[in-house]
Design a protein around this ligand. Structure first.
Ligand SMILES: NC(=O)N[C@@H](CC(=O)O)C(=O)O
Ligand SMILES: [Zn+2]
Length: 426
């Protein structure tokens, strides 16, 4: 294993220093690091070192829709985005509702070797919302599943949700809810509000999300189990989560980069790249989400990286699959939104998601003894998003053409570079 000396790099908001990576760990910092011999030198001047980013919400599409993304292509996108771990959602084909499928995804991640792929298990068989999946078997599998989610679908049956929470409590697992009361969103194509009224499109009302979050927060409080809310999108949801946390409910929440920046007026273009579940909301929602991310009511940024093949996305809005790419742009969007110190960026995009996912080797700041899972960012760089230049197999980024701040220069997974000079190593 090669040893790396990263010179003149700032760890988070600190002064320039030197990092020595040896045998998969940060072996030394500062003067002690500088005295190392037979090392490969990396010029860290002007760069910021962050603990490797951790994504709680990634769709890698394999097995089943390898035309949109594979574990390998999604892992490349993740590494280029500064990620060292991603949680792969269960809405694959077959659905990841058995030990066999979660182990398949886990093995594919290890074979790709660019990011720690942690499979999420389905809560219900086939994501159908009728019968609990084999949660224990998935938890006991080699994939050691701890997060269970029907993401893409809501676990809308309260009895099933309660039983799922009771089941995972035994091993301190988490139920990650895609909060969408399906009977309130039938035929919905975008946020229900002034824009949908003007466009004459059926809306996805904020209360469809908020009612499920309120119900599940009460259930999680009643059971005493951990509940995570996927892709929070409204100001009302933020209020409910804040209230639940004050009541001592073991609730955590994530927000996506697109819900921190974009609003429903994008739908006026009828460009289906802006169609997503939950939908883009209003300026007031964006502001509430930004405040909640800053004050910690929202614990983490999660990409909801949702690759779609061209034929599923570049078609009439009503028929287009919902979802947006996110891995390669997430950090730049968070920097574009602004308002966070590097320490807060690390907290929301690495430390806290790692804690929620139970990943002890990730979300550890680069310091002596820490696992060498880190990313080096050039904060002064600016780059233009070109869908055709992305590592993802799909092209459905809502940020096409935008010039964004911040560029990942290098990413290290267990001390080995997965990205160097902005190029992925595999
Ligand atoms: N977010 C989306 O619009 N789509 C996601 C599913 C989901 O996260 O709801 C997908 O898997 O495509
Ligand atoms: Zn979802």
């Amino acid at each position: 294993m090669t040893n790396y000396l990263i010179s003149g790099v700032r760890v988070l908001d600190g002064e320039p220093t030197d990092l020595l990576l040896m045998d998969g760990r940060v072996a030394a910092v500062g003067d002690e690091a500088r005295s190392a011999v037979n090392v490969e030198r990396i010029d860290g001047d002007g760069l910021v070192a962050l603990p490797g980013l951790v994504d709680l919400h990634t769709h890698l599409r394999e097995p089943g829709r390898e035309d949109a993304e594979t574990v390998a292509t999604g892992s490349r996108a993740a590494a280029l985005g500064g990620y060292t771990a991603v949680c792969a959602m269960a809405n694959t084909d077959p659905v990841a509702d058995t030990a066999g499928v979660v182990e398949q995804v886990w093995r594919l991640g290890r074979e790709a070797g660019l990011v720690d792929v942690r499979p999420v298990g389905a809560v219900t068989v086939g994501l159908a919302g009728e019968r609990l999946a084999e949660l224990g078997a998935m938890a006991d599998s080699a994939a050691a599943v701890r997060i269970f989610s029907d993401d893409g679908h809501c676990v809308s049956d309260p009895r099933l949700m309660r039983r799922a929470l009771e089941y995972v409590k035994a091993f301190d697992g988490v139920i990650a809810q895609h909060a969408e009361e399906p009977r309130l969103t039938v035929g919905a194509l975008m946020h229900e509000g002034e824009t949908s009224a003007r466009l004459g499109l059926t809306g996805w009302p904020a209360v469809a999300e908020e009612a499920i979050i309120a119900r599940d927060a009460l259930l999680a409080g009643h059971v005493g189990a951990r509940l995570h809310i996927c892709h929070v999108s409204t100001a009302g949801s933020v209020d409910i989560i804040r209230w639940a946390k004050q009541r001592g409910v073991r609730i955590t929440a994530e927000v996506t980069p697109h819900h921190l920046l974009l609003t429903d007026v994008r739908a006026e273009s009828y460009d289906p790249v802006f169609k997503v579940n939950p939908p883009l909301r209003t300026d007031a929602d964006v502001l509430a989400l930004r405040e909640a991310l800053k004050d910690g009511t929202i614990d983490a940024v999660a990409t909801d990286h949702a690759p779609h093949a061209t034929e599923d996305k570049e078609c009439e809005w009503a028929y287009a699959r919902p979802g947006m790419l996110g891995l390669e742009t997430a950090l730049s969007i968070v920097l574009e939104v602004g308002g966070l110190t590097w320490d807060e960026v690390a907290e929301r995009m690495s430390r806290t998601p790692a804690r929620i996912a139970g990943l002890a080797d990730h979300g550890v700041d680069p310091a002596p003894g820490a696992p060498a899972n880190l990313t080096l960012v050039d904060p002064a760089a600016r780059w233009q998003v070109d869908p055709g230049a992305l590592a993802s197999r799909s092209r459905n980024t809502p940020f096409a053409g935008m010039t964004l701040p911040g560029r990942v220069v290098a990413t290290f997974l267990n001390g080995e570079p997965t990205v160097l000079d902005g190029k992925v190593m595999k």
